[in-house]
Each structure stands twice: as structure tokens, then as C-alpha cells.
Ligand binder design. Structure first.
Ligand code: IMP
Ligand code: MG
Length: 180
């Protein structure tokens, strides 16, 4: 079953590398928020695996919430219009917010979420993304914390999907023939 599902997927970042890097990121975040209460906002669905591992390595006060987004248009091309499908359950006003993303590609989702959250007047707002794919960036997006810079390829696993599949892989892999 596992073997079959992994056909056509080439490992890019191993489980060991993910684990090591996430521990480093958690140490940095723990240090930066040592005296603050942190509200981590995960962007569904892709960030749930990363966020679950990250939070277990943090040793600062942390609460979690989630937002859901979809971008209009075809599945592989973002039209630039983003819609919120699930909003936060709590107010971010006056909170120290860390937005947690699986991957920043064009940057359009991130920009939309940052604009939206900024309007709600958090005390601070930073971004943490596991993967950064700068080759396709359409808007400036600065990441406060990132795990890995990756080449311009479609990746799956560790929360990331292709047509809702492959999120459960414990590594990040390149999908070699999407659609075939
Ligand atoms: P954006 O283009 O930066 O707005 O990225 C929007 C969303 O597309 C990301 O949060 C991911 O959920 C998804 N995405 C972008 N690139 C990939 C990829 O290589 N694999 C899986 N999902 C991706
Ligand atoms: Mg996403």
C-alpha cells in the first residue's frame, strides 16, 4: 500500500532532515517568544503536520488556532484571489501572532492573510513556513522563520497534497508526473 502510493515520488527532504530542522526552528522561536504568549495560526490544511511537530518542540507559552483558505482558479495556477473558508475562533487584537504555512509559492495567499490579520491589530505578526519556493514568487513575501528553500517543483508529503493525496508521507517528495 505504502509503496504503491509512493510511486512517482522522489524524496527531496528526508524525515530525519525535517526533524532536525524543525527542532532548530523551534529553538529559535522559543528564544524569540520567551517572555511572550504566542498564538500560532496554522493555515489549513497543509500546515497541520508541520505545526503539530513544531509545537511539541517549543518551550514557550503557546496557543493554536487555524485559518482555511482557497485560491480561485485552476489547481496549479493561482489567480491571485484568495478566499477565507475558515476563520479564527479568537480575536488576534493585542496578541503575538505567528502565522504557520506549509509552503510559500507565489506568496499571494500569505500576502492576503497578512493583510487580513494586520487589520485586526495584533501586537506582533510574524511568519513561519516549512518550505520556501522563491522561483514562482509574484509578490514580495518575507519569512521570519523558514525550514528549507526548495527548487521550482511540485512537492507532496508531510502535510502537502496533490489532489488531497500524499499528506501522510513522513518526508517531502517531488511528484514527478502530476496528472499522469
Ligand atoms: P501561494 O502560491 O504562495 O499562494 O501558495 C498557496 C498554497 O498552494 C500553499 O499554501 C500550498 O497549500 C499550495 N502549494 C503551493 N505549492 C505547492 C506544492 O509544491 N505542493 C503542494 N501544495 C503547494
Ligand atoms: Mg497552504
Amino acid at each position: 500500500m505504502r509503496l504503491l502510493r509512493q510511486r512517482g515520488i522522489k524524496e527531496l527532504i528526508s524525515a530525519e532532515k525535517l526533524d532536525k530542522r524543525i527542532q532548530e526552528m523551534a529553538a529559535e522561536i522559543s528564544k524569540d517568544y520567551a517572555n511572550q504568549e504566542l498564538l500560532m495560526v496554522g493555515v489549513l490544511k497543509g500546515s497541520f503536520v508541520f505545526m503539530a511537530d513544531l509545537i511539541r518542540h517549543l518551550n514557550c507559552d503557546v496557543e493554536v488556532d487555524f485559518m482555511g483558505t482557497v485560491s480561485y482558479g485552476a489547481s496549479t495556477k493561482s489567480s491571485g484571489e484568495v478566499r477565507i473558508t475558515k476563520d479564527l475562533e479568537q480575536s488576534v487584537a493585542g496578541r503575538h501572532v505567528l502565522l504557520v504555512e506549509d509552503i510559500v509559492d507565489t506568496g499571494l495567499t500569505l500576502r492576503y492573510l497578512l493583510d487580513t490579520l494586520r487589520n485586526r491589530q495584533p501586537a506582533s505578526l510574524r511568519v513561519c513556513a516549512l518550505l520556501d519556493k522563491p522561483a514562482r514568487r509574484r509578490v514580495r513575501a518575507s519569512l521570519d522563520y523558514y525550514g528549507f528553500i526548495i527548487p521550482n517543483a511540485f512537492v507532496v508529503g508531510y502535510g502537502l497534497d496533490y489532489a488531497q493525496k500524499f499528506r501522510g508521507l513522513n518526508f517531502v517528495g517531488v511528484l514527478e508526473n502530476p496528472g499522469s
